[in-house]
Design a protein around this ligand. Structure first.
Ligand SMILES: Nc1ncnc2c1ncn2[C@@H]1O[C@H](COP(=O)(O)OP(=O)(O)OP(=O)(O)O)[C@@H](O)[C@H]1O
Ligand SMILES: [Mg+2]
Length: 248
């Protein structure tokens, strides 16, 4: 069976490990997340590795990914080089092919020891230092945007936070859908919609963002709230059509 892979230059010693990733992954019981894809923490000597196993696509998409488009694992890897220090250290990716069609694929990064994701202060009204975290998060997002990095899936579970002394360190994950371009005022305001934040928290974030961006706070916050409410309305409309429960 054919495989395609790339490994970051700092991790040449992980070549065999990556070749054996299917067994390693199957035999490990340390699943940290399982939805469409599965994430597991693996160990190699002292190195903590987070491996993301992508769901095998349907037949049609296997064709597409094999001949026309890059796999999500490969995209994550290529994007990571551009995202740099804003994402956990990249290790590599590997794709396994069967009869010329993409089968399993994995993306590996170094495990980032985070304390919480941004979902927690967003959901818990009494989260310690909540507003301070949101302001630090606004500054992180601004720094990301200034480097022309736009995360198309900037949702709460994809934003990891670690507290270090008085500081907060943020990392983004799930980076197979990104855009690299100078960001307009509107796109910056729109970038916070997927947080699904309440108005009060969103205001805290967007006021801080506007301050460093050097634009009118009222105007920027109005836009941010507008896009967020618009997304909620659209998503809730779709949910109601499907007869699902609407939360916010
Ligand atoms: N390098 C990493 N270090 C620490 N934790 C990580 C790392 N990568 C992923 N995680 C954890 O795994 C969770 C899910 O990862 P990720 O967002 O990539 O997968 P996903 O949401 O299942 O992806 P998708 O939306 O494509 O199905 C994150 O919220 C985080 O808790
Ligand atoms: Mg995710």
């Amino acid at each position: 069976m054919k495989k395609k892979y790339e490994i970051e230059k700092n991790f040449p010693f992980l070549r065999d490990f990556i070749f054996r990733i299917k067994e390693q992954f199957k035999n490990s019981s340390s699943s940290i997340h399982k939805a469409r894809n599965e994430i597991k923490n693996l160990k190699h000597d002292d190195l903590n590795i987070t491996a993301k196993s992508f769901k095998i696509p349907n037949f049609f998409n296997r064709l597409i990914y094999s001949f026309f488009r890059k796999s999500k694992a490969k995209k994550s890897y290529l994007h990571a080089a551009k995202v740099g220090d804003f994402t956990p250290k990249t290790i590599g990716y590997i794709e396994f092919y069967e009869n010329f069609l993409l089968n399993e694929s994995y993306f590996l990064s170094e495990y980032f020891k985070y304390d919480f994701t941004i979902r927690e202060p967003l959901l818990d009204k009494n989260f310690k230092n909540k507003d301070e975290i949101f302001r630090a998060f606004a500054r992180f997002t601004f720094a990301l945007h200034e480097k022309n990095i736009f995360h198309k899936d900037f949702s709460p579970g994809n934003i990891l936070v670690k507290q270090k002394d008085e500081e907060y360190i943020f990392k983004i994950v799930d980076i197979n859908r990104m855009k690299f371009q100078a960001l307009s005022f509107n796109l910056r305001a729109k970038s916070f919609s997927k947080l699904w934040a309440n108005d009060e928290d969103l205001k805290t974030v967007s006021n801080e963002y506007a301050k460093i961006y050097g634009v009118d706070k009222e105007l920027f916050t109005k836009k941010t709230l507008h896009y967020s409410r618009q997304l909620k309305r659209n998503m809730n409309f779709k949910k109601r059509l499907k007869g699902e429960r609407v939360v916010d």
